[in-house]
Design a protein around this ligand. Sequence first.
Ligand SMILES: [Zn+2]
Length: 441
Amino acid sequence: MTDHLILGAKILGETTADLVLRDGKIATLGADTAAPREGVPLETIDATGLIALPGMVDLHTHLREPGREDAETVETGSRAAALGGFTAVHAMANSSPVADTAGVVEQVHRLGLESGWTEVHPVGAVTVGLAGENLAELGAMAESSAQVRMFSDDGICVHNPVLMRRALEYVKSFDGFVAQHAQEPLLTEGAQMNEGCVSSVLGLPGWPAVAEEAIISRDVLLAQHVESRLHVCHVSTKGSVEIIRWAKERGIDVTAEVTPHHLILTEEMVRSFNPVYKVNPPLRTAEDVQALREALADGTIDVVGTDHAPHPTQLKECEWHQAAMGMTGLETALSVVQHTMVETGMMDWRRFAEVTSVRPAEIARHGHQGRPLAVGEPANLILVDPQARRTVRPEEHATKGRNSPFSGMELPGRVHSTFLAGHRVVADGALQTSLTGREAD
Ligand SMILES: [Zn+2]
């Protein structure tokens, strides 16, 4: 394995330091660099102008494998993740077959280890087949080699309150948590976009904010009642923020996530009838976007989760009503958060690291991710060029999905290098070699 000497990186955008990465760890930090080792190649990286951050951790990625390899595979999604600055992603369970058994989660986990571009942690389904009727084998998935701690029927809400309660109770025994896609199904039947003035004008069935807020209200009370851990996926409304703030003030163990696209895009985009803007939960109002930014800045929302949802072209380049819901996000997340949160002065790079790495790693209980950049810590880290600007071109992305809502937009920031356990998987914005032969952590 090659040692790396990184010269002059700004640690969390603050002080400048040199780092040596050796044997998967940060060996030295500061002016006092280690001497080269005999027989071990040393790569020197001039990091002038670059910021060193802990590798990003995504709690919400759709990798589509098994079953929808036309949309994405673990390999292509992992490549996209590494290029986007992620050293760990969580693969949602709505594959085909659904990841509702130890066998499927072990398969996804193994595919991730074989790819070696990023850590792939499978999410287990809460209910068998995402059908919302019977609890899946949560314990068997937790005990499997994939060591699943995160459970979600994402794409579908765990609507039945008894099942939701049972799931919250069950995951406590292995320190797991339930990540809810909060959408009251009866209030959103046939919904195509946010319910409001724009949906009235366009004549599209609306997805009202209350359908999200009603489920979050119920679930924080259930989490309180059974003293378990709840994570709210892709919070999209101002009202949801207020409920989560209320719950946190009462000490309820709830964490929340926002997607990059909900931090920047509004329902106004739907006037174009371009299905690239069709997503679930839908794009909301400018007032919601502002509330989400403030909540991410003040900690009411804990993390950014991409909800990276690649689709084959024929499912997005069609009529609005027929189009699939979802957007890609792994390769643009850093830029969108920099643009909406850092460049607006709402957060610094230290806080950026908290919401993209430290907190998601804590929530998922990954002790080797989201760590401080300090001697002895695992070398899962990235170098970012904050001055770079680029125009988003989905056709150049590593994901199979071309459904990026940021296509053609000029955004700041670029991931220069990604180090996975000290191995440089991305250099100067391009994939290098993956980290193969790695054992399960
Ligand atoms: Zn979802």
